[in-house]
Write a protein that binds this ligand. Structure first.
Ligand code: GLA
Length: 518
């Protein structure tokens, strides 16, 4: 049965040590995302560090947050990756292998992953490329790279944030390249999130290694948002716009939306800036305890549409007079463009933008969609005036037509199918995964390459458009007692832009209790 595991271990993948250059990566350099199809739009999810720090991260807390993420509507808005950060989750055993901290995570890290997958969410874990994590409470991967990535694969992580503490004397490009190599060898596709806070200029080389990289230091000390620090990060991160694109994202850190220390206006502005910069949208607040305005900000699908746009352009500052900055350079998948006026002055002001500043022709007559009031006006000739209050934004989408379609936002009922054959008579087992698209367009059918599946499993895609169901079938005749596991990959294309969508993966477990007759 073991031979039927869908993943063939890829050993001996050439270690691609890239030389840091000052230019954006050559378009011909293969990105990590081209191999695994992951994170072609910025990952969305929740991580505990900003609000909780190390304490009180436990399995109970993470499960409560997972339940709140589903109940609050964040899951339906596309947030998917969730799990402990530096939460004292594991230690290293005498044999060198990682073991779950069962005192804090009684189901073990695999059990927590199964819970998260069963809710239709993706599992995020944390480690460090040095000898220890930042708090020194957990072992880092240095010298144990393969065993550790094997453990993360066994725990079924879908996303691994890899910190850079306690890494003195290590070559950053070599260290992260080795981790990417052994991650692939471990056989489970994961979003690889590098966290060196900009050290080593990861935007120059990390697209071949991972999917996203922190560009700056931490956005806050745990528990309290810091508006001034968040803005310094935004203005540093926007300068790196040329380095971002599908599958390779500048990460200005987890968000502080809805945290103590930030007003509602500031939360709305921060969220708009993150969407404008095509940043990973990783919420960092306590999801169990959100005000209505916080939920409305985090789940604003029209703002999320700008972040999740299939073209993957990062918006940036076009001009900044000290009081007001205009952020543009963000063409969207339907030919529209996003623009953002961010006002840092003291009194409400009226500000005009011209069509040429945001990439249209001066003579164009255009419709303007306000992404926070959800109102469309126009057509307007030449430009548009918006009134903006202190600390606030005018977050706009501008188009030649009145339609403002939303790109795909996927919501699955589960990412884990568990099949069990209890008797010795042959039978047909089936389990489903249903994926809804909350975006505007009907999707073409998802494609699963039958050659990528183990011999015991077949997958059919039923339905079309907004709701599609993967039917996973096992004919048990002749199967031997034991268990098997497969990771199914499905691919699709966004129909308006024709761009590939992020690959969708889910797990199928098969347990055969007795040998089964032919
Ligand atoms: C670093 C990272 C944070 C968090 C902590 C955990 O500071 O930048 O996001 O993961 O480590 O110790």
């Amino acid at each position: 049965m073991r031979r039927s595991l869908v993943f063939i271990l890829v050993s001996g993948v050439a270690l691609s040590v890239l030389v840091a250059s000052g230019r954006p990566q050559d378009a011909r350099t293969q990105t990590h995302a081209e191999v695994d199809g992951l994170a072609l739009t910025p990952p969305m999810g929740w991580y505990p560090w900003n609000i909780f720090g190390q304490e009180p991260q436990t399995e109970k807390l993470i499960r409560e947050i997972v339940d709140a993420l589903v109940a609050s509507g964040l899951k339906d808005a596309g947030y998917a990756y969730v799990g402990p950060d530096e939460g004292i989750c594991f230690s290293r055993g005498a044999d060198g292998k990682l073991v779950s901290n069962l005192a804090r995570y009684p189901s073990g890290l695999r059990g927590l992953g199964d819970y998260i997958h069963g809710k239709g969410l993706k599992y995020a874990l944390y480690t460090d490329a040095g000898s220890k994590t930042c708090s020194t409470a957990m072992p880092g991967t240095k010298g144990h790279e393969f065993e550790d990535m094997r453990a993360f694969a066994d725990w079924r992580a879908d996303y691994i944030k890899i910190d850079w503490c306690n890494s003195e004397g290590q070559d950053i490009v070599k260290a992260y390249s080795l981790l990417a190599e052994v991650q692939r060898a471990a056989g489970r596709p994961v979003v690889h999130s590098l966290c060196s806070w900009g050290e080593g200029y990861p935007w120059r080389w990390a697209g071949a290694i991972g999917h996203m990289w922190r560009t700056t230091s931490d956005i806050c000390a745990p528990g309290q948002a810091d508006w001034a620090r968040a803005l310094r990060i935004a203005f540093a991160n926007e300068k790196l716009a040329p380095f971002a694109g599908p599958g390779r994202w500048n990460d200005p850190d987890m968000m502080v939306v809805g945290m103590p220390g930030l007003s509602e206006v500031q939360s709305r502005s921060l969220f708009s800036l993150w969407c404008m910069m095509a940043s990973p949208l990783i919420a960092g607040n306590d999801l169990r305890d959100m005000t209505r305005p916080t939920i409305d900000i985090l789940t604003n699908l029209e703002a999320i549409a700008v972040d999740q746009d299939p073209l993957g352009a990062q918006g940036h500052v076009v001009w900044n007079d000290g009081n007001v900055s205009l952020w543009a350079g963000k063409p969207l998948f339907d030919g529209s463009r996003a623009a953002l006026l961010f006002y840092q002055g003291k009194h409400k002001a009226q500000q005009r933008i011209t069509w040429e500043e945001i990439g249209f022709a001066a003579a164009d007559e255009l419709y303007v969609r306000n992404l926070w009031t959800h109102e469309t006006s126009g057509p307007h000739a030449g430009g548009f005036s918006a009134s903006v209050g202190p600390g606030d934004v005018a977050f706009l989408r501008i188009s030649k037509t009145k339609d403002f379609p939303i790109p795909p936002v996927l919501v699955a009922d589960t990412y884990l199918v568990s099949l069990r054959a209890a008797g010795s008579r042959p039978e047909k087992l089936a389990g489903t995964v249903t994926v809804l698209n909350k975006g505007s367009a009907d999707l073409p059918p998802w494609r699963v390459d039958p050659k990528s599946l183990p011999p015991w499993l077949s997958v059919a895609v039923m339905g079309s458009g907004k709701s599609q169901t993967f039917v996973n079938t096992v004919m048990t005749a002749g199967l031997k007692r034991g268990s098997a596991h497969a990771v199914v990959r499905a691919d699709n294309v966004e129909p308006i832009s024709g761009r590939p969508m992020s690959a969708l993966y889910y797990d199928v477990d098969l347990e055969v209790v007795r040998n089964i007759r032919r």
